[in-house]
Ligand binder design. Structure first.
Ligand code: 13P
Ligand code: SF4
Length: 301
């Protein structure tokens, strides 16, 4: 990536000077993922690996809830997010008050919150989950009914795999809700033999039409293990870009959808984050204590 060499060299030098590491989500662009990131993964891997970081500064190349999760797990470290506006439509779809109302409506039903929520929503929850462990988390509770929020489609996709009754919230991912089952039927006609992988934030009809559904890390592993000749990933565009770097022999069929929040993170603002120590992620200590418990509980499932 010669076009980015100035920023890349500066970031590598700043990381050493500041004793910093960069945690990057799979939806970050290839030059971030492949040139400056120290730890790369899906939301679950980033949360797990955040617990093992020894550096004093963590730059989260991802969206705000991921930076909050890293801060929850590293209260004594400085966690930076390069753009404070890097949000998430799911995290924006529910408030702590909404969770309290759900609890009032369904007394003694445990609340499972997707990590794509604010720390304040996590603080009202019994346990968190990610797309990588949602089914295991639901099963671990041993309850006949579970509230699963805020992603309605993830909740319905999990409900299809368990006898546990799932009570969903009406949130949606603005990237994945736009895929339709008819897209897959058209792709299969246009690209014979194409393998279709879908993220579980897609509508259930899309997941039913796909050959495999899983977290961003699970989709990446699937491609590495099965090495399909041509594949389409019903998810954010950078996934294909990033996996294609490692598998030039595979034909990656697009369409894909961009996440405008993930795309707010750039090499330029990662560099500024390290130069100017911004934007520092802070969480109210009373909220943090309860939210951390919900996140840590998930990590032991
Ligand atoms: P993963 O946990 O599968 O990486 O998903 C995070 C996300 O935001 C998907 O839209
Ligand atoms: Fe949120 Fe969807 Fe973007 Fe993931 S892809 S960060 S769920 S808006």
């Amino acid at each position: 990536w010669p076009a980015f060499s100035d920023d890349i060299d500066a970031i590598l030098a700043l990381k050493a000077k500041r004793n910093a590491v960069i945690l990057a989500h799979n939806y970050q662009t290839p030059e971030i993922l492949h040139c400056v990131a120290d730890i790369v993964g899906d939301s679950l891997a980033l949360a797990r690996k955040a617990m093992t970081v020894e550096a004093q500064v963590i730059v989260l190349a991802g969206v705000h809830f991921m930076a909050e999760t890293a801060k929850l797990l590293n209260p004594d470290k400085t966690v930076l997010i390069p753009d404070l506006e890097a949000g998430c439509s799911l995290a924006d779809s529910i408030t702590p008050e909404d969770v309290r109302l759900m609890r009032h409506r369904y007394p003694s039903v445990p609340v499972v919150s997707y990590v794509n929520t604010s720390a304040a929503v996590k603080a009202e929850s019994d346990i968190c989950c990610t797309s990588g462990n949602a089914l295991a988390v639901v099963r671990s509770l041993g309850a006949p009914r579970v509230i699963m929020l805020p992603d309605e489609y993830l909740a319905r996709n999990i409900a299809a795999q368990t006898k546990v009754e799932i009570i969903a919230w009406k949130g949606g991912c603005e990237v994945h809700e736009r895929f339709a089952a008819s897209d897959i039927q058209e792709l299969r006609e246009a690209y014979p033999g194409v393998t279709v992988l879908a993220h579980p934030e897609c509508p259930p009809e899309v997941v039913a039409e796909a050959d495999f559904a899983g977290s961003t890390a699970a989709m990446s592993d699937y491609v590495g293990q099965h090495k399909p000749a041509r594949v389409v990933l019903m998810t954010e565009c950078s996934m294909s870009d990033n996996i294609a770097v490692e598998h030039p022999e595979i034909e990656f069929v697009r369409p894909c959808n961009l996440c405008p929040h993930m795309k707010r993170i750039t090499l330029a603002n990662i560099r500024s984050a390290l130069e100017e120590t911004r934007h520092v992620v802070t969480i109210d200590p009373h909220v943090a204590e309860r939210a951390r418990w919900a996140v840590e509980r998930m990590l032991f499932v």
